[in-house]
Design a protein around this ligand. Structure first.
Ligand code: ADP
Ligand code: MG
Length: 489
């Protein structure tokens, strides 16, 4: 295994969130939800006599991505025809960019957390990003028949291609997560791989330690989640190592992923390179990207995850780990910032989101980006944090209150009042409970005094129980310790 090194380059297709299609005013609709063939026009159907017009918003979205990925933006762009026949492509060619793409020579740094070993940062070069149009969608219904839906035909698509700098399934996953977050932060794509609006396809080969050149690669398509990207990449690496080791060798092929069986299936073996007969698109002008436009777009770029994480660490004093978790999903970062803006202590807010709230979300299998759909708004969450920090309730009670907020959407102060959950710091009440617990648990006390220090926690627990969970834990600890020391003397 260690004699082999995986070599991976990713091709990413991201549909751009424009209102209209890449080359016409035809509206873009949700291609999973909308009724088939309801968002089509003569241009996206490729009818004779129609002419394409470049969508300015799509170019601007593409520029945003190119700049976020530290690419150079060549001043001259050109569209080209990529010719092939397939029923989902009504024109018989896809308008794409070939020799003069929108963005080139970029990079993206990713943070990788391997299954074993320390996390590390890796620099991945971006070869290019270019604009093109999506194809329609075929549904094979059996009996040799297929249905075609052209709603998606002509939807603006940005294709991003990395250099083969990725060397493990973990790195492929980290790259996909990092890139997806950037696209979502930029507002150019919603990141939903299950609907195919973002598609990540790994090109995979393996290199023996004695090799001086790359070996044959395969490409895995139809991965509908980052989890599947990770699994398919891992499975394909292992498959290739086996094939080389057994002497059979790897054939260049396009593969699909069978999620149920957790294995790759060969869709098409490539005997030779695809011949698309590319030529410059005669119906579109050369696209000049002025330096002014580039700078205008650069100035408008929103704060991206890496910068936000840095700011959370510097301004809010968060740890690198906490900051990273908070910025990983834009929706979480927004929520966190709203909680802090509503007056919560930034560190406590981070702890309660990453701890309490994430636990509840996990229990309900709720995706992180759905945070806005919980019943707890940022203002209420901030109130909860303030109740704990201000000593009105203790941490254990806060968990109870949070769970009730989650279920009912009620304000934390109301819950505390209605259920009489306010923390008791009154020393005399706590002292009473302590002495009761000490008499009722003579054996525990004896064992503790006999050297079993760990039993202190059990005694604290008994006192908390006697106080209905509402006692100030610090005061309990102090009094209990004092009383026990007095008994020792
Ligand atoms: P093509 O032009 O045929 O599409 P490219 O050379 O442009 O192929 O590469 C497409 C993708 O495959 C890129 O992401 C690239 O990094 C990756 N790639 C190229 N060679 C290999 C290889 N031997 N193993 C894995 N990935 C590769
Ligand atoms: Mg392409």
């Amino acid at each position: 295994m260690s004699d082999w090194k995986p070599i991976i380059g990713l091709e990413i297709h991201a549909e751009l969130l424009t209102e209209s299609k890449m080359f016409s005013a035809c509206p873009v609709v949700d291609s999973v939800e909308a009724a088939p063939n309801t968002a089509v026009d003569p241009v996206s159907l490729g009818l004779p006599g129609t002419l394409p017009v470049i969508n300015r918003q799509a170019v601007e979205f593409g520029l945003m991505v190119g700049l976020a990925l530290h690419c150079e933006i060549p001043p001259v762009n050109q569209f080209a025809r990529k010719n092939y026949f397939y029923p989902d492509l009504p024109k018989g060619y896809q308008i794409s960019q070939y020799e003069r793409p929108l963005a080139v020579n970029g990079w993206l740094d990713i943070e990788v957390t391997p299954e074993s070993g320390e996390p590390y940062t890796k620099h991945i070069r971006i070869r290019r990003a270019h604009l093109e149009e999506d194809t329609g969608k075929l549904t094979h219904i059996g009996g040799g028949s297929s249905l075609v839906d052209y709603n998606r035909a002509g939807v603006p698509l940005l294709e991003i291609v990395t250099e083969p700098d990725i060397n493990s399934a973990e790195e492929a996953e980290a790259f996909a997560r990092t890139l997806r977050a950037i696209l979502v932060y930029l507002g150019v794509n919603n990141g939903d791989m299950s609907k195919g609006v973002l598609r990540v396809e790994p090109n995979i080969s393996v290199m023996h330690k004695d090799d001086t050149e790359f070996r044959t690669r395969t490409e895995v398509k139809n991965l509908n989640s980052i989890r599947n990207l990770y699994r398919a990449t891992q499975v394909e690496i292992e498959r290739q190592i086996k094939l080389w080791t057994s002497g059979e060798g790897v054939k260049q092929a396009t593969l699909g992923w069978d999620e149920a069986k957790q294995r790759v299936v060969i869709q098409r073996v490539k005997e030779r390179a695809d011949e698309y007969r590319y030529f410059p698109e005669p119906d579109l002008p050369i696209l000049e990207i002025s330096r002014e436009w580039v700078e205008e777009v650069r100035a408008k770029l929103p704060e991206l995850p890496a910068a936000k994480r840095q700011r959370f660490m510097e301004v809010f004093g968060l740890s690198d780990y906490d900051a990273r978790q908070l910025v990983a999903e834009q929706a979480i970062a927004h929520y966190y910032e709203a909680v802090v803006a509503a007056g919560a202590n930034p560190k406590s807010a981070a702890n309660w989101i990453l701890g309490g709230l994430f636990t509840l979300m996990n229990e309900q299998s709720m995706e992180r980006e759905a945070i806005e759909q919980t019943r707890i708004n940022a203002g209420q969450f901030a109130e909860l944090v303030k109740l704990v920090d201000g000593g009105t309730i203790n941490k254990g009670t806060a968990q109870t209150v949070l769970a009730e907020m989650w279920d009912t959407g009620n304000d934390p102060a109301r819950i505390v009042e209605a259920r009489e959950l306010a923390q008791v710091s009154d020393e005399s009440a706590i002292r009473e409970a302590v002495s009761r617990v000490l008499t009722e648990n003579a054996k525990l006390v004896q064992d503790y005094l006999g050297g079993k220090d760990k039993l202190f926690g059990a005694l604290v627990g008994q006192v908390m129980k006697a106080m209905g969970g509402k006692a100030n834990a610090q005061v309990v600890t102090d009094i209990l310790r004092r009383e026990l020391e007095a008994m020792r003397a």
